[in-house]
Design a protein around this ligand. Structure first.
Ligand SMILES: *Cc1c(COP(=O)(O)O)cnc(C)c1O
Length: 436
C-alpha cells in the first residue's frame, strides 16, 4: 500500500519509506491511501496480521514474528459494572499503552535496516523522539540494545515525573536522553525541525518515533478489535449495543488509531476523546477553531499537549468536515479536581485503582453517561504505580510497584541538558550519531 502526506506536497511512498522518514518532506503526516476491509465481520475472531499485511509490505512470516514478539503481553478487558469497562493497555514492559506502537515500530525498523544492510551496506539509523513522559520510556525500552539504531530522546526538564525520567535516562548504550530546558511543545518543535532539516538529513540517516510515525499508529488498531471482541464475549448471553470507546488523549495518536480501526470495520458507536485542561479539541468541535494556548501541567502529564500533533490526520480523514468529525467523535474536558475525585470514587466503588490518565477517561465516561446511553469502554493507558504521588495520596494506600520499575528507579541517571535552540540539538546529532 502507498502512503500520502496530509500536506499533499510530497510524493506517495511505500510503508518502509513512511516508517523510516516519520514526517513527509513537506512537513505533513503520512496516511494510508486505502482502507481495506478484509475479513472484518463484527463477530469474527480478529487476526492482527491479516489486517496489518494489507497496509505493510513485510513478508507474512516476518510480520507474524514481529507481531508475536512485539505484543507479548495480555490486553485484558475488565468489567466494572453493566455499562462500564476498562481495557488495560499497560501490561507491556514500560507499563503504558505506548509499548504497543513502540515495540512494533522498533522491530519493523530493525527488519528494514537489516534487509538494507544486506543490500547496500547502509549506515546506522538515528531515531529522534520528543516525549511528554511515556513515549520516551516505551521507545527507549523498545530500541534498547539494537546494534544498528541510535535513539535520541528529548524530554522537558522538570516536567515529567522522577520515575518517568529514570525510565528514559538510565538505559545508556544506544539510547541518548536529552533534557530540554523548555516544555513538551518545545521538544516537539525541536524534533520536527530536525526531521525537516534537509541539510542534516544529507549527512545522517534520521527518522522519528513519535506517535506521528505511521508505523506506531497502524499496530495500535489491534487492541480496539481485541477490546471489542472481549466486550462481545463478556456479553454473549444478551444483546448489547456497540460501545463507546473513551480514549484519554494528548497528541491524539491513540484516538487516530481508533478512527483507523473504525474505517476498516470496528463496530463502535462513537469515540470520546477525554482530555485534561490542555487540549483545545472540545472547543474545536464546538466552534471549528483550535485555540492557541500555553501548555499547563496536570496530574495526567502525558496528556499535557496544547497542540495535538495527530489532529492533522483527523482533519484529513474527514476532509476538514466538522459535521462528519462530530458524527464519530465527542470530546470532553476533565478538570484536575475531577481527575483526583474520580481516582478516589472508582477505588471506593469498585476497588479499582486508576492512574491519572485513565481517571480522565473514567471521569469523561461518567459525564457522557448523563446524555448518552450505552456501554463505555475506557482505555486504561498507564499503570497506577507509575504515578504513586497522586494515586497513593488519593486512595490512602500504597500501590505495588512492578519489578521493572523498581529496577529502573535504582539505576544511575545519565542525560545531557540542552537549551531549546535548534543549533544545540543539530550539533549534538552530528557528533553523537557518528561515533558510536
Ligand atoms: C501518551 C499518553 C496518552 C495520550 O496518548 P496520545 O496518543 O498522545 O493521545 C495518554 N495516557 C498515557 C498514559 C500516555 O502515556
Amino acid at each position: 500500500m502507498k502512503f500520502y502526506s496530509t500536506n499533499h506536497k510530497s510524493p506517495e511512498v511505500d510503508f518502509e519509506t513512511a516508517l523510516m522518514r516519520g514526517l513527509a518532506e513537506d512537513g505533513g503526516l503520512y496516511m494510508p491511501q486505502e482502507w481495506p476491509r478484509p475479513f472484518l465481520q463484527a463477530h469474527k475472531v480478529f487476526k492482527v496480521h491479516q489486517v496489518l499485511k494489507e497496509f505493510i509490505d513485510i513478508p507474512e512470516t516476518d510480520l507474524k514474528k514481529i507481531i508475536k514478539d512485539a505484543f507479548s503481553f495480555p490486553v485484558p478487558l475488565k468489567k466494572l459494572n453493566k455499562n462500564l469497562y476498562i481495557l488495560e493497555l499497560f501490561h507491556g514492559p514500560t507499563l503504558s499503552f505506548k509499548d504497543f506502537g513502540a515495540r512494533f515500530m522498533a522491530r519493523a525498523m530493525d527488519f528494514f535496516v537489516a534487509r538494507n544492510q544486506k543490500l547496500d551496506a547502509r549506515g546506522k539509523l538515528n531515531i529522534i523522539v520528543a516525549t511528554s513522559g511515556d513515549t520516551g520510556s516505551a521507545v527507549a525500552s523498545a530500541f534498547y540494545g539494537l546494534k544498528n539504531i541510535n535513539v535520541f530522546i528529548l524530554y522537558p526538564s522538570k516536567r515529567i515525573s522522577p520515575l518517568q525520567e529514570k525510565q528514559i535516562a538510565t538505559f545508556g548504550k544506544n539510547i541518548f536522553a536529552l533534557e530540554v530546558k523548555g516544555d513538551f511543545d518545545d521538544c516537539q518543535k525541536l524534533a520536527k525541525q530536525a526531521l525537516s532539516d534537509t541539510e542534516i538529513r544529507k549527512k545522517i540517516n534520521l527518522s522519528s518515533a513519535n506517535s506521528i510515525n505511521i508505523g506506531r499508529l497502524l499496530p495500535q488498531m489491534f487492541y480496539y478489535f481485541s477490546g471489542y471482541q472481549q466486550f462481545q464475549s463478556l456479553n454473549s448471553k444478551s444483546y448489547i449495543p456497540d460501545p463507546y470507546f473513551v480514549v484519554p488523549s494528548g497528541n491524539f495518536g491513540n484516538l487516530t488509531a481508533g478512527l483507523f480501526a473504525k474505517k476498516i470495520g470496528l463496530p463502535v458507536k462513537k469515540f470520546i476523546a477525554a482530555v485534561n485542561i490542555n487540549s483545545g479539541v472540545p472547543e474545536y468541535l464546538k466552534t471549528g477553531n483550535l485555540p492557541i494556548k500555553e501548555t499547563k501541567m496536570t496530574f495526567s502529564n502525558a496528556m499535557d499537549v496544547a497542540n495535538p500533533s495527530n489532529w492533522a490526520r483527523i482533519l484529513d480523514l474527514y476532509q476538514n468536515n466538522l459535521t462528519a468529525i462530530k458524527k464519530d467523535l465527542e470530546a470532553i474536558t476533565v478538570s484536575e479536581a475531577e481527575t483526583k475525585k474520580t481516582i478516589g470514587e472508582v477505588y471506593k466503588k469498585y476497588g479499582y485503582i486508576a492512574d491519572p490518565h485513565t481517571a480522565v477517561g473514567l471521569a469523561a465516561a461518567k459525564k457522557a453517561s448523563l446524555w448518552l446511553s450505552s456501554s463505555f469502554v475506557v482505555l486504561a493507558t498507564a499503570h497506577p504505580a507509575k504515578f504513586p504521588e497522586i494515586v497513593e495520596k488519593t486512595i490512602g494506600k500504597k500501590v505495588f510497584l512492578p519489578s521493572a520499575l523498581r529496577t529502573a528507579s535504582q539505576k544511575p541517571q545519565n542525560s545531557t541538558l540542552i537549551s531549546k535552540r535548534y543549533q544545540d540539538l543539530s550539533k549534538l546529532l552530528l557528533t553523537e550519531s557518528h561515533d558510536i
